[in-house]
Write a new protein. Structure first.
Lengths: 449, 226
């Protein structure tokens, strides 16, 4: 946008100033030529005044009329020719120069030179002025006065004018462009601010775009806010739909299963197995559907708080097991993840730890662009060959043990929807070490929001 | 042991009642949150099984209401929504354990037994008092490793007395905790069961584990009478 504005304004500026320069140049050149014409005309007048009749010829005083006419090669020359075209006088300055003909004869022959009028022309590098006069003496002789001036000094004047014009215009262009850049930057500042806020919303350090925009952008900001609300509410709707689905599926499953428990037929064992498969498939698919979407507008959550709540809750549920939990997550650490989803992930991982540990669990965190949460237990651990299988994304529900694998596969799926990862290693405590990696949320942004 | 079940699904509720009764519990059942809170306020239960997704008043607010009434009974929550948010909210509201639907009835019974035991201060399912051993998981009593033949109701009376052996249990309390709310109470029945229990536990009459505290009730104790 900035580039577009700059480009168009530069084009307009260039075109306008270019045109101005061209017009100025043209008029200056024209005035220089007119000046030269005037100068040459005056010179012819002074020659006419100085000429003295001498029979059929004209005589000029030897005293200089104009110093440059006397100096050879000075750039200013004069000749007088009679009717036949024979040069009857030429200025001393012409002695070394070769400008005597130079199309002059042709001009005469063409009848270009009319008696009593000045003729001006530019030939090669020279200005020439002719004046034909009929000398009213005996025999009415016709003489043609011709003065020639080198264009070089005029050219030089034009060149120097052009140079200054260029410099001046360039300075104007630079000044205007600078002003333009500033004006654009100032004019576009609300847009830049808006872009920064969109980014903040995306990062989760802001929830909404806010109100304080110029009228041109207020509408857009409102629309973005509406979109955000829509996103949030549709996510909420999606979740509710999933919950309802889960509820409506799971309760009848529970009823069926318990009815089977009461039955005594051996064949029903098979049915029960099938029910188990259905159940774990439903659970797995539901969780997968929840996790499969990439999350665009993630909030920011403190894992320390979530882990603490979970550990407290699990301590209640596993009261008889007497588990010692060492929680070492910095309170100010934030991850880019919705609280609900983080609770889901840590809940599954911590529940596994409570379930499979002997008596000890350690939770730690490493901050950075990616936050690394590690959960250690002192249980039996997970055999190496099972590790990848437990984490396999899209693993079919019925290939995974309920309560054990599903949880981990779901956590892996959820983590990857946030651009994170889950892995299993061996803990220094002797059991399993589960590592959950999630994108971190920079702390500095929280102050801005 | 008397249990309150609050579950809105009629099918599951019926199964819960049936299974818990078979396991030796006296069961009252409510179909919505309001009814559940009413039962919880009116009667003294030994445990409650509460579904989180209830009509009128959800499980969380039922738990809060019961705790607000000063009820310290162990609470097991059932949830179809396997979300941790719900489990944590339930446990934070005052529940003691959770179970995700669908579940195995055996699992529910095991959890409930553990909760009731825990509430009485016993971590292990096997409680020993002198030569007497009460196996709450198998619903069995032994003396010097010899099983004592007890009927289901006799076992329930004994279990209640053993789990509450730190204090005197009145006849009314026994009736309240061993019978459902609409049962026709007759305290003589309790006296009959106590008499039978004494004969089975202590045929020689040397230990007298079930003491009568005059005017107050009974207490399970092996201490020298003082």
């Amino acid at each position: 946008m900035r580039a577009r504005l700059l480009l168009t304004s530069t084009l307009v500026l260039g075109l306008g100033l270019g045109l101005t320069g061209w017009v100025l140049d043209r008029s200056f050149t024209a005035s220089v030529v007119a000046g030269a014409q005037e100068q040459l005309k005056l010179l012819i007048y002074s020659l006419l005044g100085a000429a003295e009749e001498d029979g059929p010829r004209l005589r000029f005083p030897s005293a200089p009329l104009e110093p440059r006419l006397q100096q050879p090669g000075s750039g200013l020359y004069a000749t007088v020719t009679d009717v036949s075209g024979t040069v009857i006088w030429q200025s001393r300055s012409l002695r070394l120069a070769d400008t005597s003909t130079n199309g002059f004869t042709e001009a005469l022959a063409d009848g270009l030179i009319v008696p009593g009028s000045f003729q001006f022309r530019q030939i090669d590098d020279q200005f020439e002025m002719f004046y034909r006069v009929i000398w009213e003496t005996e025999g009415d002789q016709t003489f043609t006065f011709r003065v020639i001036a080198d264009q070089a000094p005029f050219r030089a004047a034009i060149e120097s004018f052009r140079r200054e014009l260029m410099l001046g215009l360039a300075a104007v262009v630079a000044a205007l462009m600078g002003a333009q850049v500033l004006a654009i930057a100032w004019g576009l500042r609300p847009v830049a601010e808006m872009a920064a806020r969109v980014e903040a919303v995306e990062e989760g350090s802001r929830e909404r775009m806010g109100e304080d925009y110029p009228p041109e952008l207020a509408g857009l900001a409102r629309n973005i806010d509406r979109f955000i609300d829509h996103e949030v509410s549709s996510r909420e709707r999606y979740r509710r739909a999933m919950d309802d689905l889960a509820h409506s599926l799971k309760t009848p499953l529970a009823v069926l299963r318990n009815a089977l428990t009461a039955a005594r037929f051996e064949d029903l064992k098979l049915l029960r197995e099938q029910l188990d498969r259905m159940e774990s498939t439903v659970a797995h698919q539901l969780s997968r559907a929840m996790a499969a979407r990439p999350v665009v507008l993630a909030g920011r959550t403190a894992p320390a708080n979530v882990a603490q709540r979970l550990v407290k809750a699990l301590q209640t549920a596993y009261m008889t097991k007497n588990v010692t939990v060492e929680l070492a997550i910095p309170a100010e650490l934030l991850v880019r993840c919705d609280e609900r989803d983080l609770m889901e992930m840590l809940g599954n991982l911590l529940e596994n730890a409570f379930k499979y540990c002997t008596s000890q669990i350690a939770v730690a965190a490493e901050s950075g662009a990616t936050v690394r949460l590690t959960i250690d237990d002192d249980g039996l651990g997970v055999p190496v060959e099972l590790r990848l299988q437990l984490l396999a994304r899209g693993a079919r529900g019925d290939t995974v043990e309920p309560g054990h694998g599903i949880g981990l596969a779901v956590v892996a799926e959820l983590a990857s929807s946030y651009g994170g990862a889950l892995s299993i290693e061996t803990s220094p405590l002797g059991g399993a070490r589960v590592i959950l990696e999630l994108p971190g949320a920079p702390l500095a942004k929280s102050a801005a929001s | 042991m008397r249990v309150l079940v609050i579950e809105d699904d009629a099918g599951l509720r019926a199964q819960l009642i049936e299974n818990l009764k078979a396991a030796g519990y006296a069961v009252d059942a409510a179909a919505d949150g309001d009814e559940g809170v009413y039962f919880g306020r009116e009667y003294d239960y030994d445990a409650a099984v509460i579904d989180l997704g209830l009509p009128k008043q959800d499980g969380i607010s039922v738990i809060k209401a019961l705790r607000g009434l000063g009820r310290s009974l162990p609470i097991l929550i059932l949830t179809a929504r396997a979300h941790w948010q719900d489990k944590v909210a339930g446990l934070e509201a005052g529940a003691d354990d959770y179970l995700t639907k669908p579940f195995h009835m055996e699992e529910l019974q095991a959890r409930l037994n553990a909760l009731v035991r825990r509430a009485a201060g016993h971590a292990s399912p096997v409680i020993s008092v002198g030569p007497f051993v009460l196996d709450t998981a198998r619903k069995q009593a032994r003396i010097d490793d010899a099983p004592i033949e007890l009927t289901a109701f006799e076992y329930r009376v004994l279990e209640y007395l053993v789990l509450n052996s730190t204090r005197v249990v009145s006849k009314t309390e026994l009736t309240d905790h061993l019978y459902e709310q609409d049962f026709d109470r007759d305290s003589n029945v309790i006296e009959v069961f106590i008499g039978r229990l004494r004969r089975k536990l202590d045929p020689d009459g040397g230990l007298n584990p079930i003491r009568t505290v005059r005017g107050q009730g009974y207490r399970f104790s092996l201490d020298a009478p003082g």
